[in-house]
Design a protein around this ligand. Structure first.
Ligand code: BGC
Length: 437
């Protein structure tokens, strides 16, 4: 693994956004003060979450947000990406919490950057239903009307690709469906929800709007044409399917024909111009032709019947999650996007990047972040317009189907006492931000 060279990081442009990201379901707790989401239903089912835990308490951020905002201020970030829980907003008094949080952030000089959907759909709603997109736009209007006097930067959705794939195609996340390609309408309805949300935000006066999509380079397992074709297909499914409707107003490779509704009309909504494009980057994926058996990636089983298989990226250090550490994949991804989409690509913000490791003296995390920031700077030098970088995550939190077993935080959370303890990486990132001025 690339290690922290000890050399100071290169300078990033003035006005660069430096932040950390979290999401509501993963940190807030206080589940009794909001309606249930699909994640509450899912985690209540035996065997769904590896350690059998739930997010009912999580980091208790709902009650401890002043302490967490103080941690943000101590870190010196100028922005904080959090998410607004739809089931909480729909519950009496739920928006008051975000009102208080936004006030606290503004008082600390940290710019609030809310995500309006980070996977916790209110129980009873369903992304297979087109109407959910319209319901989401109503939720967005309610939030924007309340917070728009202080929030100036917005994110519509987090990773509709993962929510489709993990939640509806493979059944590893809520709502736990295993529909394989029949999950495609879930992608379309989320993309439609994104477009409707952009319109709702503009109607409420917002001017700085993006989406947080997960992307990574796809590497063919070999030069064999079958491997190359399988990798191309995977790239279409995980990268292009979610980028191109938004950026180009078109589905790649005829996938639009598999989508429900008046797709041409919907694409005009989905392609509402954005002010910036958020990229969550963790690692590339090495993909080959089907093997006839199931393959595995970071504990996730990929069924044999899919037209591709996931292969190991050899010779790389792995995070505790089993994800390979490939910093230069970020440069490759960003330069590739610039080459692929040209002037249709708005400025980019890295809305998530991070790694899971145990321990308070988390030198591996420091090395990971250091190397990825250098890789990001290389993309800037190559002419890619990148405006910000958010570390995933501020706190060790509820890592979805992994429960509390994976620790992504700059700040350690004792999940029994809820005590917060900054890790070595917190102090390292603070020093980076100070040096960047
Ligand atoms: C998600 C986060 C998640 C992180 C690490 C991203 O896919 O947006 O919610 O915790 O990756 O798995």
């Amino acid at each position: 693994m690339a290690t922290d060279t000890g050399d100071p990081l290169p300078r990033f442009p003035a006005g660069f956004l430096w932040g950390v990201s979290t999401s509501a379901h993963q940190i807030e707790g206080a589940a009794e003060l909001r309606g249930p989401s699909v994640w509450d239903v899912f985690t209540a089912e035996p065997g769904r979450v590896k350690d059998g835990s739930t997010a009912a308490v999580a980091c208790d951020h709902y009650h401890r947000y002043p302490e967490d905002v103080a941690l943000l201020a101590g870190l010196g970030v100028n922005a904080y990406r959090f998410s607004v829980s739809w089931p909480r907003v729909a519950s009496p008094g739920g928006l008051d919490f975000y009102d208080r949080l936004v006030d606290e952030l503004c008082a600390a000089g940290v710019r609030p950057v809310p995500t309006l959907f980070h996977w916790e759909l209110p129980a009873g709603l369903d992304w297979l239903e087109r109407d959910t997109a319209a319901r989401f736009a109503d939720h967005v209007t309610v939030v924007a009307d309340r917070l728009g006097d202080r929030v100036t930067k917005w994110i519509t959705l987090n990773e509709p690709a993962e929510h489709t794939l993990l939640g509806h195609a493979l059944g590893a996340h809520a709502p736990g469906r295993r529909l394989l390609f029949d999950a495609l309408p879930v992608a379309h309805h989320q993309l439609l929800a994104h477009g409707l949300a952009v319109r709702a935000l503009r109607a409420a006066g917002a001017r700085d709007i993006g989406i947080a999509n997960s992307h990574g380079p796809t590497w063919p397992a070999s030069a064999d044409p079958d491997d190359v074709a399988a990798a191309g297909f995977y790239d279409t499914l995980l990268n292009r399917l979610f980028a191109e409707p938004v950026l180009l107003g078109a589905y790649p490779d005829g996938l639009g024909e598999l989508m429900p509704g008046d797709v041409a009309a919907d694409l005009r909504v989905i392609a509402e111009p954005l002010d910036w494009y958020g990229v969550n980057y963790y690692a590339p994926t090495r993909v080959g032709a089907p093997l006839g058996t199931r393959s595995e990636f970071g504990g996730l089983a990929i069924p044999a019947e899919l037209p591709f298989s996931i292969r190991e990226i050899e010779g790389r250090a792995l995070t505790d999650f089993g994800w390979p550490v490939v910093p230069e994949g970020l440069t490759e991804l960003l330069c590739g996007f610039r080459d692929r989409y040209g002037d249709r690509l708005p400025p980019i913000v890295i809305t998530e990047n991070g790694c899971s490791y145990e321990g308070l003296d988390d030198q591996e995390r420091i090395a990971y972040l250091d190397a990825h920031l250098r890789a990001l700077h290389a993309a800037l030098e190559a002419g890619v317009d990148v405006r910000g970088y958010f570390v995933w995550s501020l706190l060790d939190n509820f890592e979805w189907a992994e429960g509390y077993a994976r620790r992504f935080g700059l700040v350690h959370v004792d999940h029994d006492t809820l005590e917060r303890t900054p890790k070595a990486s917190y102090r390292w990132f603070r020093d980076v931000l100070r040096a960047q001025g």
